[in-house]
Design a protein around this ligand. Structure first.
Ligand code: NAD
Length: 330
């Protein structure tokens, strides 16, 4: 069977495409390379790449009508920046919601039965209690989170009229790199904490901490960092669960361990052996103080077990990747 991976030239999609191909599946990546990397095609020789937009009906009809039947779509592609979504809300609705609706319609029309969706902790908005489990109210506070929740809300209705069975995975903070150093995180701009701290270490520039007066133990925001390979494995498990007829639903996905910015910084100093200078700035609007997942449900239902949950291991893997790719995939 063939699995279509949208966004497979990006960070999470590339590591997952490789994990699925390693299980003997035929993988096709559909990517428009807007934020992804053409070099990844050369790094994944067993994966077929198609350049195009996932909201383009002609491309989708062409892919779904090929002889090798596609039985699942793993949908990573989309617009991913919270701040940008505040400036361009219509684009986020158009691409992340309407575009995904097009993909789902074409899947239904071509009897593609299984859909795995990249959702986000951003669907929860400000945490009312931590850890955040699946019963926590979802009140997104930006258009990015709204667009992810809107797709979540739509999926059961579409399934009721012939749409695919689905599993939505709400990632907290994806981090780290493939342990062999081949694939890792390269975003432009980079908005994620660990690569930004490590970039500061590599270049000798200062790292900015936004807010040191949050109601947390050390005053800096606390997040939940999940290793990219553990995240990829959750998609493999979700794929096989759907094929076995597992119920559709949504899972929160994180380590369940909270790490403050200062703790990440200290761990990065230990891993790199470098001092890493810091500039303390005022809070950024929209940063919730604490976001930590309860992943008990996916552990129970899909038997998912994180293997690389130690923060130092996550940062070591990210650091190895960065030192081997100081200019990204070039
Ligand atoms: N990185 C995280 O910590 C995190 C956390 C929560 C949720 N997510 C979600 O996970 C998914 C993957 O995130 P990522 O960090 O790997 O992002 P990324 O930017 O590295 O990858 C996204 C990929 O999708 C492609 N793409 C974008 N728009 C497209 C389109 N219209 N058609 C075809 N391809 C398109 C890009 O070229 C890129 O290769 C996203 O949906 C994101 O919202 C990520």
């Amino acid at each position: 069977m063939t699995v279509l991976v949208t966004g497979g030239a990006g960070y999470i999609g590339s590591v997952t495409a490789r994990a699925i191909e390693a299980r003997g599946e035929h993988v096709i990546v559909l990517d428009n390379f807007s934020t992804g990397h053409r070099q990844i095609e050369g790094l994944l020789p067993g994966v077929d790449f198609i350049e195009g937009d996932y909201s383009d009906r002609d491309i989708l009809q062409n892919i779904f009508s090929k002889k090798r039947a596609i039985d699942a779509v793993i949908h990573f592609a989309g617009m991913t920046l919270v701040g940008e979504s505040m400036d361009r809300p219509s684009d986020y609705v158009r691409m992340n919601f309407v575009g995904t609706l097009t993909l789902l319609e074409e899947m239904a029309a071509r009897n593609v039965h299984h859909f795995i969706f990249s959702s986000s902790a951003a669907t929860f908005g400000v945490a009312e209690q931590v850890p955040i489990d699946e019963k926590h109210p979802q009140r997104p506070i930006n258009p990015y989170g709204w667009s992810k929740k809107a797709v979540e809300d739509l999926l059961p209705y579409l399934k009721g009229v012939g749409g695919p069975a689905y599993i939505g995975l709400r990632y907290f903070n994806a981090a780290g790199a493939a342990r062999d150093g081949l694939l890792g995180e390269v975003h432009r701009p980079e908005t994620h904490l660990i690569p930004n701290i490590l970039n500061a270490a590599l270049t000798g520039s200062a790292f900015h901490i936004f807010g040191t007066d949050y109601p947390t133990d050390d005053g800096t925001c606390e997040r939940d960092y999940i290793h990219i390979e553990d995240l990829a494995e959750a998609h493999v498990l979700a794929l096989y669960a759907l094929r076995r007829g597992h119920d559709s639903g949504f899972y929160n996905l994180g380590n369940g361990q909270r790490a403050s910015i200062l703790r990440v910084l200290e761990t990065a100093r230990c891993v790199t052996g470098l001092s890493i200078s810091v500039i303390e700035s005022i809070r950024r609007p929209g940063d919730p103080p604490i976001l930590v997942a309860s992943s008990d449900r996916i552990k129970h239902d899909l038997n998912w077990k994180p293997q690389r949950e130690d923060l130092a291991v996550i940062i070591e893997d990210a650091w190895r990747f960065l030192r081997e790719h100081p200019d990204g995939y070039r």
